[in-house]
Design a protein around this ligand. Structure first.
Ligand code: PSU
Ligand code: MN
Length: 304
């Protein structure tokens, strides 16, 4: 795998100096936000990570390589490209073999981060068990990756396009710690709460880092979820967002959307039906996650 990895200069220097590094995914750039807000947000998120003492590493598949950290030109080019494939675990070999552009999902970003020795990863929301999965068997590869790959994922929970209750059950079965960051319940991305309790509430980055360090020392396989609620002032009205999600799910059913297209279809519909309000929320929560993720990475580096 090492042969496929190219580190950016910033990441290489951080590694040499033993500085903390925070991984970032790229599906959120290519499939999650429109151009040019996607590139602008990606740059701002990277800067927040630097401002809090860590080096950012945006991960993407370009020119047959796993890029750990993108240059300014690469980010611009990637974010404005129309031919970027959503890349989960199963897609990595083909995209690397053919030199096509790939945007890494949470699952693929975890694989690449672990291979590059990066332990902390910041994103918006994770994939999970879809509603109706007892019939469709649509369960994101993100959950299996969390079960086996040792990277901590800082997110704002998961969107209620998913069955959040079943998602929590799945993570519990796989032994993945779900830490609520200053919250007792799983946040639902656009909203700060859901009916589902997290298994541990932690109020400080230091305790999150200590828990991750203990998990590593115990040699327990798998990742961890740090669920950080969207800042209050950006949270959306629960009734509004629930209605939008119901409509999006209905349209997905009517159009027989399946497989890897389900999540992008639902995300696109939600964006369309909220007139960009969801985009503001999305940007705000990712920035907040970057802040918290960098603090955790810094504390973790101090302990190691
Ligand atoms: N959920 C979000 N935003 C996202 C995704 C999920 O709220 O951008 C993306 C992430 O890259 C995630 C992927 O890893 O979708 C999950 O896709 P699937 O459900 O097909 O596994
Ligand atoms: Mn799926």
């Amino acid at each position: 795998m090492k042969n496929f990895i190219t580190l950016s200069e910033e990441v290489r220097t951080a590694k040499e100096q033993g500085k903390p590094i925070v991984a970032l995914e790229s599906t959120i750039i290519s499939h999650g936000m429109p151009y040019p807000q996607n590139v602008k947000t990606a740059r701002e998120v990277e800067q927040i990570i630097r401002d809090h003492g860590a080096a950012p590493a945006t991960i993407a598949i370009l020119d047959g390589k796993i890029k750990i950290g993108l240059s300014d030109d690469e980010l611009e080019n990637f974010g404005s490209s129309k031919d970027v494939a959503k890349t989960s675990r199963r897609d990595l070999p083909f995209l690397l073999a053919t030199g096509k552009k790939g945007a890494t999902t949470v699952a693929a970003t975890m694989i690449c981060a672990e291979a590059a020795g990066i332990k902390t990863f910041v994103t918006g929301g994770i994939g999970g068990v879809h509603r109706g999965a007892e019939i469709s068997m649509d369960i994101s590869a993100d959950l299996e990756e969390l079960a086996k790959t040792n990277v901590a994922v800082v997110c704002a929970g998961a969107k209620s396009i998913l069955d959040l209750g079943l998602t929590m059950e799945y993570l519990e079965t796989k032994g993945v710690p779900v830490m609520g960051y200053q919250t007792d319940v799983l946040p639902a991305f656009y909203t700060r709460t859901s009916p589902f309790p997290v298994n541990i509430r932690i109020n400080e980055a230091e305790t999150v880092a200590a828990t991750l360090k203990a998990k590593g020392d115990l040699n327990l396989t798998g990742g961890a979820v740090i669920a950080n609620p969207i800042p209050e002032e950006y949270a959306m009205d629960e009734k509004d967002i629930t209605a939008v999600i119901e409509t999006a799910l209905e349209e997905a059913r009517e159009n027989y959307v399946s497989g890897k297209d389900v999540t992008p279809f639902l995300l696109g519909k939600v964006k369309e039906l909220t007139d960009g309000k969801s985009l503001d929320a999305n940007i705000a929560l990712v920035k907040h996650n970057a802040h918290v993720g960098a603090e955790i990475a810094v504390k973790l580096a101090e302990m190691e």
